[in-house]
Design a protein. Structure first.
Lengths: 69, 195
């Protein structure tokens, strides 16, 4: 990991929370440094794993809520 | 009212306060998954999550009716703060840590919209869901909280830091350590990252 791109930078970048100039800097670091690229891949693969497990409420709960509206 | 799904939260709140029931239906539909996921992964019990989810929205409805909602804040962070406070109140009241789990025959993941899968694919999918749930369960509460609020609730790290009254670097640090721990568990348990 180089001095200008930290794990926190990569996390913010993965969640699209970096400003345009920072995004450009981080993407160049990912493209140009295999260590950073590996770290970024690890983060995104964990986030993809989390994507697969998002639950939803039951329809009954929704109807109960709307009956109070 | 047509095109409710195109309206922003503030306008939907105004419509509801003027008596339009469909406006609240749109807000529920827009945020139900994020709010429910947040509650579920904090309490890890389907029945309790369903109850707290309903309590959250009933409190939201009461606040909106009584005009206690400030437009200065965004709707979702405000709604999640209500949900989070109800979860914390529940733990305080019962002096419990979130250790309860679903029973084997009744799981929150039954409610996940199912893509069409054949039996073999469904088995692999179910196994993966259960592995991800186990990964989250093994994280320390403070790390799990940040993962849930960022990943499932969709709050920014800045919003999370405000909500939990912590520094943004602390929020990022907790997420970072959660990812390291999950990665370690994935390697130990040989979990396949691809569906």
């Amino acid at each position: 990991m180089n001095k200008t791109t930290t794990q926190k930078d990569l996390l913010l970048y993965a969640y699209n929370e970096t400003k345009l100039l920072d995004s450009d800097r981080i993407q160049r670091a990912v493209d140009g440094d295999p260590v950073i690229a590996g770290e970024y891949r690890e983060i995104t693969s964990m986030l993809e794993l989390l994507d697969s497990a998002g639950p939803s409420p039951s329809e009954k709960s929704i109807q109960n809520i709307l009956s109070h509206a | 009212m047509a095109h409710l799904h195109l309206m922003d939260d503030k306008d939907l709140v105004h419509l509801y306060q003027k008596g339009d029931q469909l406006a609240i239906s749109e807000l529920v539909s827009r945020y139900k998954q994020r709010i429910y996921s947040t509650i579920y992964f904090l309490v890890r019990n389907t029945e309790l999550a369903e109850d707290l989810f309903q309590d959250t929205f009933i409190k939201i409805l009461t606040s909106l009716k009584n005009k206690h909602y400030s437009e200065q804040g965004k709707f979702l962070p405000w709604a999640l703060r209500i949900a989070h406070n109800l979860v914390i109140d529940h733990f305080r009241k019962d002096k419990l840590m979130p250790l309860q789990h679903d029973t084997e025959d009744y799981s929150v993941f039954d409610f996940i919209p199912q893509k069409s899968r054949n039996a073999a694919e469904q088995m692999i999918y179910d196994e993966k869901i259960s592995q991800v749930r186990a990964l989250l369960d093994q994280l320390p509460f403070e790390q799990r909280e940040v993962v849930i609020l960022r990943h499932y609730a969709g709050l920014s790290f800045k919003e999370i830091s405000k909500m939990l009254n912590i520094n943004i670097n602390t929020a990022l640090g907790r997420m970072h350590y959660a990812i390291l721990k999950m990665r370690e568990m994935v390697q130990k348990q040989d979990i396949n990252l691809r569906e």
